[in-house]
Ligand binder design. Structure first.
Ligand SMILES: [Zn+2]
Length: 351
């Protein structure tokens, strides 16, 4: 036994072809029985090949685990061997279940898939990568939920036929990014096509259903990497900019500005997700501080906000036709993460 196996045995639990009795009747019962990040192996018809799927890297994003629980209970025989990696079991188990993204003092597991693998999350990420190297999967999916409601989309660092074909198992939108953050999808760099799937909101039944239907397609097809077999035509959005709000700025979601906030968006702003917004369509209202409270960031570089948004009579308009997505109506996320992402209406980068 080599050292990797010895240390992984402490960090991870293993389930081989789990029976319905092991799984419990509901995903919550199963979560109760999970004690550690867990590796699930299911033998396929073709035992010479393996496909991998990670999920629950964020403990409050349960669609992938719900889908896997349902799929395992149904006792399918997949086309090829399946390797499932359940990452954030510890945060997911903090009551109320599936409400914590990460441990209170812990790190975001999906930022830990790179050297130096520090702390407990770094060790878990390293152990998961060792499982992938051992299994040598032909491809890898990482299934998440978005923070808002919004439609599903995929994210990858590569845009080729294999990545588009994987995307098309779940959705017709692929965001390609050159940003490197230590996310699991960067496993693409190991020549294994890897796509992150954002199924939609964590509370959204449609997201759970999509996660399940996508898993059925992923596990049952003989070929998931050729575009000829693809489910949908995939629209590729390249290198979106992140629009961030200054930490001290205030935001409100109202039909009209109250005059107290630096930025006001209408409560239905989420309906703008993935639609094209033309330069004559207002997005919201800006306060007295103007656009200075917003930052546009592309590939880790700060850009000129006025090339993205313009202000006229206190209202904000796109400076050119844009496609915006991951728009949130949660003020906590708007302030701690970002307001939205945007590309040109054509899908090309703004900068
Ligand atoms: Zn996530």
């Amino acid at each position: 036994m080599d050292t990797v196996t010895v240390s992984n045995a402490n960090l991870l639990d293993y389930l081989n072809d789990p029976s319905p009795r092991t799984l419990g009747r509901s995903p919550l019962e199963w979560l109760d029985r999970l004690n550690k990040p867990t590796v699930v192996h299911v033998a396929g018809r073709d035992r010479s090949r393996t496909r991998a799927m990670a999920t629950l890297l964020h403990g409050n994003e349960p669609s992938g685990l719900f889908a896997l629980h349902r799929w395992l209970l149904e006792q399918h025989t997949p086309e090829v061997n399946m390797l499932f990696l359940l990452g954030g079991v510890y945060p997911a188990k903090i009551p109320p279940a599936f409400s914590s993204r990460q441990l209170p003092e812990g790190r975001d597991l999906n930022r830990c898939f790179k050297e130096p693998f520090e702390g407990e999350e770094g060790a878990i990420a390293k152990a998961m990568l060792a499982e992938l190297r051992k299994a040598q999967p032909e491809c890898l999916l990482d299934v998440h939920n978005t923070s808002g409601t919004g439609p599903a989309f995929a994210v990858s660092i590569t845009n080729d036929a294999a990545h588009q074909a994987l995307t098309s198992l779940y959705t017709d939108r692929l965001i390609m990014t050159d940003l490197r953050l230590g996310a699991l999808m960067e496993y693409s760099e190991q020549e294994v096509p890897t796509v992150t799937i954002e199924c939609g909101g964590a509370q959204d039944d449609h997201a759970h259903q999509l996660a399940y239907e996508g898993l059925v397609r992923y596990a049952s097809r003989s070929d998931v990497l050729s575009l000829e077999k693809a489910e949908w035509n995939v629209a590729v959005l390249r290198n979106p900019i992140r629009v961030e709000l200054a930490p001290e700025a205030t935001i409100e979601y109202r039909l009209e500005p109250s005059g107290h906030a630096d930025l006001t968006f209408p409560p239905d702003i989420e309906h703008r997700n993935f639609g094209i917004v033309s330069p004559d369509e207002p997005l919201g209202w800006i306060g007295k501080k103007g656009l200075g409270i917003l930052t546009a960031i592309s590939h880790n570089r700060t850009e000129n906000m006025e090339q993205v948004l313009r202000v006229k009579d206190g209202q904000i308009y796109p400076a050119q036709a844009i496609k915006a997505f991951m728009i949130t109506t949660n003020p906590v996320i708007a302030k701690s993460d970002c307001l939205f992402y945007a590309v040109k209406a054509t899908g090309e980068p703004i900068f």
